[in-house]
Design a protein around this ligand. Structure first.
Ligand code: 2AM
Length: 169
């Protein structure tokens, strides 16, 4: 069964974030810039029926366009992911992520209600945190969100948008 998640695309920041990461010492294996995204809700393996219900549910949700300033680097030790994320973020983002998590949970998907810390993973298999050098502020203007499928191939994992919806209040 395909692995799914909801996320905000971060395509417009792909080149600047790649340049930022590659221009300083950065631990781990680089994530290809085409894969940069800001996860809203992790879902895991979903059946066709679950996918259809996710799409119907997502189309009914509302969230205004979001401006998110990525200005802090961090590291999830257990996941070995090194990332850039916002030090502060709009409450609407947390509310929307929770709504999407709940949509998944009602269908038996995801891993429960988790503490939500928005981030864009820039590398994996990182065994240490990125150096605490000042990060410039990268501004993500999100006016849509997407349901993604993780597609594994010999070239590694790729994230394919299955459907996207506009962010509007
Ligand atoms: P990450 O970027 O912090 O690794 C697709 O795999 C997306 O879902 C990734 O952005 C990943 O977050 C997130 N993800 C993968 N497995 C997860 C899990 N078990 N719990 C929460 N999020 C997960």
């Amino acid at each position: 069964m395909p692995r799914l998640f909801f996320a905000l695309p971060a395509r417009e920041l792909a080149a600047p974030l790649q340049a930022f990461r590659d221009g300083r010492p950065w631990p781990g294996v680089p994530v290809p810039p085409d894969n940069f995204h800001l996860t809203l809700a992790f879902l895991g393996e979903a059946s066709e029926e679950q996918r259809a219900a996710l799409m119907a549910g997502a189309a009914r949700l509302h969230c205004p366009p979001l401006t998110i300033t990525l200005d802090t680097c961090g590291w999830f030790a257990r996941a070995k992911a090194a990332w850039i994320g916002p030090a502060h973020w709009p409450n609407e983002l947390s509310v929307f992520a929770r709504e999407l998590q709940r949509l998944g949970a009602r269908l038996g998907l995801g891993n429960g209600e988790q503490h939500y810390h928005p981030h864009v993973t820039l590398s994996r298999k990182a065994s240490e945190a990125p150096a605490e050098l000042p990060a410039p502020a990268f501004v993500l203007h999100a006016d849509s969100f997407c349901l993604y499928q993780s597609v594994s191939s010999e070239q590694g994992v790729r994230y394919r948008p299955l459907a996207c919806w506009p962010l509007r209040s």
